[in-house]
Design a protein around this ligand. Structure first.
Ligand code: GLU
Length: 468
């Protein structure tokens, strides 16, 4: 059997972690088995679907590198096909018109709730022959078997059994004729020859209903795999509080796509204790039967840790390109500062995201107009001005502006003046960057450049003199 998986988002919101993880598992399973992944846009709920979300979902998939092999197919372009299937089910007697009014259904549900029963349709119209007196537009319901049970082998959860009595006659076409999810999904999965349905656990209760529709239409069943829900590290349902964002928001906060994929694959799947997987390894090692049914924990701290791992190993040219995009978006021009690929080399071990990188290198490109007052209190004293003057002279006379030479001259001055290294290094950091959060002082000054370093020392010395 050739493997065909699918990713069928409803464009009612941006792509979030759960959806991205589902897309990843489907993509990996297809890649691993030399199969294909279909992308299908489930946009039949026209009131809630939005073109903006379709674009954002496609952008998210492209950014993650989860290329689909066919599609996107839009369900709204297949309405005729669904109508034909509803007609067929009506003709076969596997579906029937239901004329029950909203009031009747509300009263029924209320009575069931009062009796402590699960609300379900009571089959009122199941064997009723429509008459001329039926004036309202009916819905179409699927005729679910009243007895027996429905069973399937879930690749993640094992055998799942549901008594058919639990399943009422679900609506497959609304009064306006529009088909509902459980119908469209079966028609599409059959028409698109889907071999494996890999989706979130929240759909497990739909599966027996869909199986009945597959059977009524004489279609072969796909393999089902319901992957566990994602929760926060505290075991609560995942929310913004845990740092749960849309895929594009992770991109905008400077997470690399391979880092996000790497955290996503660990949400429900593991391979021993291994944390870091290249894409090739993911494809090689991933399998459905190692997906756990237990809920998976998303952990922002771990994601940042993985992100740092990839930042440290990434091609500097690529990192520079990403960071320059962030800087440009902030209106910072890179022309008057050091080469970004060089900066990125120096900084990459010190940051966990590209936004953090951009924040911490802005001083290299913008003038320093403010100084961290706490740093001044901590590191600037009566001797600072005269020490800075000596350092300034030493730096001005350096033959080559390299970090080695800068380091040597500062060490020499430390020895000559009989001071501790930070007494010189910290005021220098404040002078050239505004704060003390910079890499080693020689690398920092090297990146700031000779002219800027000397100018900034002058400007800071003046400020320190005025403000003490
Ligand atoms: N459109 C559904 C969703 O976004 C997909 C359900 C399925 O995978 O069958 O939840």
């Amino acid at each position: 059997m050739s493997v065909v998986t699918r990713f069928p988002p409803s464009p009612t919101g941006h792509l979030h972690l759960g959806g991205a993880r589902t897309a990843l598992f489907n993509w990996l399973y297809a890649r691993k088995n030399g199969g294909e992944m279909v992308l299908r846009i489930e946009d039949t709920d026209q009131a809630r679907s939005d073109q903006e979300y379709i674009e954002s979902i496609l952008d998210s998939m492209k950014w993650l590198g989860l290329a689909w092999d066919s599609g996107p197919f839009y369900q709204t372009r297949r309405l005729e096909r669904y109508h034909a299937v509803v007609e067929k089910l009506l003709e076969q007697g596997d579906a029937y018109y239901c004329f029950c009014s909203r009031e009747r259904l509300d009263t029924l549900r209320e009575a069931q709730r009062e009796r402590g029963e699960k609300p379900r349709y009571d089959g009122h119209c199941r064997d009723r022959v429509p008459s001329d007196a039926d004036t309202s537009s009916p819905v179409v319901r699927f005729r679910t078997p009243l007895e027996g049970e429905t069973m399937f082998e879930d690749s993640v959860r094992g055998t799942v059994r549901v008594s058919n009595q639990e399943l009422d006659d679900l609506v497959i076409a609304r009064a306006d004729g529009s088909p509902t999810y459980n119908l469209t999904v079966v028609v599409d999965d059959a028409d698109m020859r889907i071999s494996h349905v890999i989706r979130g656990e929240d759909h497990v209760s739909n599966t027996p209903r869909q199986i009945h529709i597959f059977r009524a239409l004489g279609y072969e069943l796909p393999v089902f795999a319901h992957v566990p829900m994602i929760q926060g590290p505290d075991g609560q349902r995942l929310s913004k509080r845990h740092g749960a964002l849309s895929v594009l928001e992770y991109r905008d906060m400077g997470i690399l796509p391979e880092a996000l994929l790497n955290h996503l694959i660990r949400l429900g799947w593991s391979h021993g204790d291994q944390e870091i997987f290249s894409i090739d390894e993911m494809i090689e090692l991933f399998d459905l039967n190692q997906v756990s049914a237990a809920p998976a924990n998303f952990d922002m701290e771990k994601l940042l840790w993985i992100n740092q791992h990839y930042i440290v190993r990434s091609d500097p040219t690529r990192l520079a390109r990403e960071v320059s995009r962030i800087m440009n978006a902030r209106g910072i021009t890179l022309l008057n500062g050091p080469r970004l690929s060089e900066v990125v080399e120096v900084m990459r071990k010190r940051v966990r995201s590209l936004v953090e990188m951009a924040d911490s290198i802005t001083y290299l490109y913008n003038s320093v107009d403010e100084y961290d007052s706490e740093a001044i209190t901590g590191y600037v004293d009566n001797r600072t001005s005269s020490l800075l003057a000596v350092v300034r002279r030493g730096l001005q006379q350096l033959e080559d502006w390299t970090s080695q030479e800068i380091n040597q001259v500062i060490r020499q001055i430390v020895a000559d003046e009989g001071v501790r290294f930070p007494e010189i290094a910290q005021p220098l950091r404040i002078a050239v960057s505004g704060s003390v959060a910079t890499p080693s002082i020689d690398q920092t000054l090297y990146l700031v450049g000779r002219k800027n370093t000397l100018d900034r020392i002058d400007k800071a010395a003046e400020f320190f003199a005025r403000n003490r």
